[in-house]
Design a protein around this ligand. Structure first.
Ligand code: ADE
Ligand code: ZN
Length: 327
C-alpha cells in the first residue's frame, strides 16, 4: 500500500504541541477584532509573511504576540476545539496539549479562565468526537523559578484538570536545573513530568532534565545524538523523545528536513515520536509532519512508520486499557 496513505490512516498520539501554537492567523485576527486588541500587523497576509524564522527566539517573539488576543474563556475554548478538530481529521486518538499560563496571567488573564476554557474543550471534543485529550501545564523557562512556583500555586485549585507539567520557551541559558525546586514539588504532587531539552541546547541539558528534574519524556531531544552515553541512557530507560520535524526545519535546527536525524534515533533503539509543536506556525499538523518527513528524509520505511505510531501511544500518559485498545 502507499506509504502516505498508511501514515495518514495510522491511529496516533500527539505528545508535543503547544495549544497557543495552533492559533491560525485567521483566528488571531478574528479574536483581535472580537476583543478589541490592536495587532502590529495590518492583515492575515502580512502576519503570515512574518513567519520566516531563523532560530527559536525569532519564533517565540511572534508566538507570544499572537497569544495576546486570548482574553476570555470562550477564546481558549474556541482555540482548543479548532485544534482538536484538526487532530481528529489526522487520526490522532490521543492528544496531550501544552499550555503556557504565564503568557496569559502576566497580561491579567485569570488562571481559571485559561484552564476552564481549555478543559471544557477537551471534555466536549472527547464526548462529541471520541478523541482523548489532556492538558500539560508548561513553565516559561525565561522567567524565574519563583514565578513558576507562583504559577503552580495558582493552578493547584484546578489540579484535576491537568495531568502534568513541562518546561518551554528560550532554552539556551535557561538550563533545567534552574527549575529543580518546582519540579521536585510537582513530583511530590504526583504530576507527570516532561521538559523541552536538546532542541537548540546541548546534551548536558538533556542529562539534567533526566537526573535533576526526573522527567518521564524529553521534548525534542534531537541534540542527544552528539553524546553516545546519553543515547545509551535514553534507550536503556526507554525515555521517549517527542520530536517535531517541521518545527526543527522552520527554526533551522536542521538545514533541511532531509537532514533530520529521526531515523538515527529510531535505529539506535530510542523511543522517538513525531509531533507538530506549533502547527499554525510551522507549516502543518500531524499528518503533514509524517508525510513530509517520510517524503524527504532518506531511508524511512513502513516499519519506521509503524514504530513511530506505536511509540506515540506507548509513551502517552493515557490509561493502559486505552493504549491497548488503540494499539
Ligand atoms: N514554545 C512553543 N514552542 C516551543 C518550542 N519549540 N521550543 C520551546 N518553547 C516553545
Ligand atoms: Zn515545543
Amino acid at each position: 500500500s502507499r506509504l502516505p496513505a498508511l501514515l495518514e490512516a495510522m491511529p496516533k498520539a500527539e505528545l508535543h504541541m503547544h495549544i497557543e501554537g495552533s492559533l491560525e492567523p485567521e483566528m488571531i485576527f478574528r479574536l483581535a477584532q472580537r476583543n478589541g486588541v490592536k495587532l502590529s500587523y495590518a492583515s492575515v497576509e502580512e502576519l503570515r509573511k512574518a513567519y520566516a524564522f531563523t532560530d527559536l527566539q525569532s519564533f517565540l517573539d511572534i508566538y507570544y504576540a499572537g497569544a495576546s488576543v486570548l482574553l476570555t474563556e470562550q477564546d481558549f475554548y474556541d482555540m482548543a476545539r479548532a485544534y482538536l478538530d484538526r487532530a481528529v481529521a489526522d487520526n490522532v486518538v490521543r492528544s496531550e496539549m501544552f499550555f503556557d499560563p504565564q503568557t496569559h496571567t502576566e497580561r491579567g488573564v485569570a488562571m481559571e479562565t485559561v484552564i476552564n476554557g481549555l478543559h471544557r474543550a477537551c471534555v466536549d471534543a472527547e464526548r462529541e468526537q471520541g478523541i482523548s485529550a489532556a492538558l500539560i501545564l508548561c513553565f516559561l523557562r525565561h522567567l524565574s523559578e519563583d514565578s513558576a512556583l507562583q504559577t503552580l500555586e495558582a493552578a493547584l485549585p484546578f489540579r484535576d484538570r491537568f495531568i502534568g507539567v513541562g518546561l518551554d520557551s528560550s532554552e539556551v541559558g535557561n538550563p533545567p536545573e534552574k527549575f529543580a525546586r518546582v519540579f521536585a514539588r510537582c513530583r511530590e504532587l504526583g504530576l507527570h513530568l516532561v521538559a523541552h531539552a536538546g532542541e537548540e541546547g546541548p546534551p548536558e541539558y538533556v542529562w539534567s532534565a533526566l537526573d535533576v528534574l526526573h522527567v518521564e519524556r524529553v521534548d525534542h531531544g534531537v541534540q542527544s545524538v552528539r553524546d553516545p552515553a546519553l543515547m545509551q541512557r535514553l534507550a536503556k530507560d526507554r525515555i521517549a523523545l517527542t520530536v517535531c520535524p517541521l518545527s526543527n526545519e522552520k527554526l533551522c535546527v536542521f538545514p533541511r528536513l532531509a537532514d533530520h536525524n529521526i531515523r538515527q534515533l529510531l535505529d539506535a533503539g530510542l523511543v522517538a515520536t513525531v509531533n507538530s509543536d506549533d502547527p499554525a506556525y510551522f507549516g502543518g499538523y500531524m499528518n503533514t509532519n509524517f508525510t513530509r518527513l517520510f517524503a524527504e528524509a532518506p531511508g524511512l520505511t513502513a516499519r519506521h512508520a509503524y514504530q513511530l505510531a506505536f511509540n506515540s501511544l506507548e509513551a502517552s500518559f493515557a490509561e493502559r486499557a486505552d493504549k491497548e485498545r488503540w494499539q
